[in-house]
Write a protein of this length. Structure first.
Length: 425
């Protein structure tokens, strides 16, 4: 019954289409039921069946060209073509992972300054580990030590065992002369590890053996290679004794003669910010964070995209052959006065003590960082507070400003003042 009604409907449709030459051409398609299909096929003569088979074979032998998408578009109405092109264009726009200001990585890699942080000895290695853990960006790390056991735990990708023949990897027993000889033995390996660097930070703790003895040798190698060098070192606590302090002062004086700029951080000043509950481990973590802050203050100026950009040449003009330096960073979210508060914190860094005064500086780097809510008025107030402290009219003062979305509601002010007349050690 269903098959009959189906044929009747098709036949009725065919009767309304007068352009068709005959009904049997329409109903010759295969139907879902074999009985109806057999009845429809029976209307074809043997000659018609042969002709139909020959035509099908001829069509199959002809290779059909590969469809061209552009040809299909030409056959579509203009509105359809425009809609397809609009969808294609929108797909290129919807890429959330793309940065708002795309960076040409090839150009950046080709011309960006190569900055290295060299951690020397135990204290320098610990400070370097802290920088790696805190994800200090834009720098390469090199660890150097006479103590093989301590060096093996360092997180730096590049490590140099100092004085393998002299010390046998056992350290140098708080003897700076042994540290110096170990560095001299490994002079060629140190040169190889520093190849291609534009700026090297040497970080170490003064008063021991490896850092005190080897750091000046590394600075001398940098000088021979024409690399700008900044020393960031710590002085021992008072409880470590006068002998260790004397060794530290001698090491700092040798280092100062070989680096472009030297930042000295007395560990004793940690008592200015530590409380009675501060643990011994936390105190040394603070010292490592101070070394991190000293390096980060400078590297951020060159590696972070700036609203008012500072480059390597700016840093070089302020820090090359400048001697003693003071550095500080302050962060504040204290409402309308946050810029002033941050600048005051940067200038009044308790870790540097009272012996240094920015007024005698010959060069100053100022970097003010904030979120989208940072105003021009705030930047002006912070910059003026700092620059008014400098009494030398010929001082080279370079100002930069960067954007950091994580600082929404706060402002960070970083200052590096060089050419300070009086040392703080």
């Amino acid at each position: 019954m269903f098959a009959v009604s189906t044929v009747r409907v098709v036949a009725g449709m065919a009767s309304r289409r007068s352009t068709l030459p005959a009904v049997h051409h329409l109903v010759s398609v295969s139907l879902p039921f074999s009985g109806a299909s057999a009845r429809c096929q029976s209307t074809l003569t043997e000659e018609q069946k042969k002709a139909k088979a020959a035509a099908a074979a001829a069509n199959a032998s002809v290779a059909k060209p590969k469809p061209n998408p552009d040809d299909r578009l030409k056959e579509k109405p203009e509105a359809v073509i425009m809609a397809a092109k609009t969808m294609e264009f929108n797909e290129t726009l919807v890429k959330p992972e793309e940065p708002a200001y795309p960076v040409d990585q090839d150009l950046l890699h080709k011309f960006a300054p190569k900055i290295m942080v060299v951690g020397v000895g135990g204290a320098g290695g610990n400070a370097l580990n802290n920088m790696v853990t805190k994800k200090l960006n834009g720098v390469d790390f090199v660890a150097l030590n006479t103590d093989a056991q301590h060096l093996s735990t360092n997180k730096a990708s590049n490590k140099v065992q100092l004085g393998a023949e002299l010390t046998k990897g056992l350290g140098c027993g708080a003897n700076p002369e042994a540290g110096r000889l170990a560095a001299e033995e490994s002079r060629e390996e140190i040169k190889e590890s520093l190849k291609g660097a534009h700026l090297v930070f040497i970080t170490a703790g003064m008063g021991g053996g490896t850092g005190t003895g080897a750091a000046p040798v590394i600075a001398d190698i940098c000088y021979e290679m024409g690399i700008m060098t900044i020393g960031v070192v710590t002085m021992p606590f008072n409880f470590e004794g006068t002998h260790r302090r004397r060794l530290a002062i001698e090491g700092v004086e040798r280092l100062q003669a070989l680096v472009d700029t030297l930042i000295v951080i007395p560990n004793q000043n940690l008592f200015e910010i530590a409380g009675p509950e501060t643990t011994f481990v936390d105190a040394f973590q603070m010292a490592d964070d101070v070394l991190l802050g000293g390096v980060k203050t400078v590297t951020d100026l060159m590696t972070s995209p700036g609203i008012i950009n500072l480059d390597f040449a700016d840093v070089q003009s302020v820090m090359a052959d400048m001697g003693n330096a003071i550095m500080g960073t302050g962060v504040s979210n204290a409402g309308e006065d946050r810029a002033i508060k941050a600048a005051e914190q940067a200038l009044g860094n308790p870790l540097l003590g009272d012996a240094l005064d920015i007024s005698s500086a010959k060069g100053v780097l100022v970097n003010i960082t904030g979120g989208k809510d940072m105003t021009l008025y705030e930047v002006d107030k912070a910059a003026q507070l700092i620059t008014k402290q400098v009494t030398d009219d010929t001082a080279n003062i370079i100002f930069g400003s960067t954007f950091d979305s994580s600082l929404e509601g706060s402002i960070r002010v970083s200052v590096v003042a060089t050419g300070i007349e009086k040392a703080n050690f």
